[in-house]
Ligand binder design. Structure first.
Ligand code: GTR
Length: 428
């Protein structure tokens, strides 16, 4: 079958199955449906939220609960025992440029154990606890850098011929294949550490009815459905557990942890940062639908499409809002508001229309009133900045870079500057 023929057959099949092709998604600002965002500063019983105290005690818990119930499910704070084992602490890694630590995190319940491996690089010349970037990775720890001392991640990984990953298993051929998204040396040179975990260690990214990964250890029998499983919540739980480890490591400044994530892992970083207020900075790189972008705009990826293709990312309650975005009790500006007053950076890419760059900026813009309650500045305009021209106000940052859906050196330079500025300011 030649290529044209196979595209034609695929289109017929999609039409037959009633699945929308990409062309049917809206990429036109003029065709965005009318919508009204839920009020971020009015409580469920109609009270206007006027102080940071009222936000913290009334509105924040309400919004967090709505997101748990309708979008992500709970971040599982169940009765799981967690054990940290430092497998390696090498002060001479990367030819003396770095300290490399490998920490085995064991999640234990009864006879079952699930393990995730935390890979940490710190600047070799560290004299005091260092600020650290923490992020999940897509292809295994070994993919982030060619350093042959990194153990190859064993969990289920996506096949990627480009990255020589086949049979859903990473091998030595995938060492460093994703290093362009992980400029370890540059991060160290700027005085930061980097910590990463393969997200498949926590929950393999396919729909298995929440039986594998960390879900295996969870009891979802709660009859009130108070705990709804989702993969994003499981991954977020892994990030919070990494933070628990940082609190035990004297080389790491746990008050200066910048949580970042790209794409589905950007959605995860936002949800983890919303729940766990120990993260000082949260960075969303091209997180799109279910991340920083407003769902009600239905621009590019929609709630229906994301739930159809990735039924396990969000809780099953979120599926009730397929094509009913206006009925959601929340929108994503409220998720971003949950990060306040901590620092928040949202980044988009020009060609990544699927993630709705304008919707990502608007998410940040409409989270602004929460920052204002804390006496912090927010964006005063919702106009897109020039391409490759970052904007910063108070604790907020945004850029839209040229190019496609990806995390690049340009993105990293902005995050390093942002974190540098925030943490230096706090040191003063
Ligand atoms: C896409 C999905 C996006 C984004 C991306 C990714 O297929 O539609 O929401 O999260 O995957 O995570 O790579």
């Amino acid at each position: 079958m030649n290529r044209i023929h196979s595209i034609y057959v695929t289109m017929l099949l999609l039409a037959f199955l009633g699945i929308k092709s990409f062309a049917q998604f809206n990429y036109d600002e003029d065709k965005i449906p009318d919508y009204t965002l839920p009020e971020i500063l009015v409580s469920d019983n109609g009270k206007k939220i006027e102080t940071a105290e009222e936000w913290k005690s009334i509105r924040r818990p309400e919004i967090l609960k709505r997101f748990e119930e309708s979008v992500y499910g709970s971040v599982l704070k169940d009765s799981i025992e967690v054990k940290f084992t430092v497998l390696k602490n090498d002060p001479q890694a990367m030819c003396g440029k770095a300290i490399q630590k490998i920490v085995m995190v064991s999640f234990i319940k009864g006879q079952d154990t699930v393990r995730m491996e935390l890979l940490i690089y710190l600047p070799a010349d560290v004299t005091k606890p260092v600020p650290v970037f923490l992020g999940l990775n897509f292809y295994g720890n070994q993919a982030i850098h060619p350093d042959t001392s990194i153990p190859i991640s064993k969990g289920y990984v996506f096949n990627s011929p480009e990255f020589t990953i086949f049979n859903n298993t990473a091998t030595h051929t995938s060492r460093g294949v994703n290093s362009s998204s992980w400029p370890v040396e540059r991060i160290l040179e700027r005085g930061f550490g980097l910590a990463t975990i393969f997200y498949g260690d926590i929950d393999p990214d396919f729909d298995d009815g929440f039986k594998n990964g960390i879900h295996k250890l969870m009891d979802y029998s709660d009859s009130n459905n108070a705990i709804q499983p989702s993969s994003i919540s499981a991954w977020a739980f892994g990030l919070s557990t990494a933070m628990d480890y940082f609190e035990t490591d004297k080389d790491i400044n746990q008050n200066q942890v910048a949580l970042f994530g790209h794409s589905r892992l950007g959605k995860t970083a936002l949800w983890a940062g919303a729940n766990d207020q120990r993260f000082a900075i949260v960075i969303s790189n091209n997180s799109g639908c279910g991340g920083a972008a407003l769902s009600r705009r239905k621009f590019g990826e929609t709630v229906e499409r994301i739930n159809t293709h990735f039924p396990h990312w969000f809780s099953k309650n979120f599926h009730a809002f397929n094509d009913k975005e206006n009925e959601l009790p929340v929108d994503q500006h409220m998720l971003l508001g949950l990060i306040a007053p901590r620092s928040l950076y949202v980044a988009s890419a020009e060609q990544d229309k699927w993630a709705d760059p304008k919707g990502e900026l608007l998410g940040l813009y409409y989270a602004g009133p929460v920052y204002n309650l804390f006496g912090l500045e927010s964006f005063t305009t919702d106009t897109m900045p020039e391409i490759n021209t970052p904007i910063r106000t108070g604790n907020l940052g945004y850029h839209i870079r040229s190019g496609r859906h990806n995390i690049t050196r340009f993105d990293w330079e902005q995050y390093l500057d942002f974190a540098d500025n925030i943490f230096t300011r706090k040191d003063e």
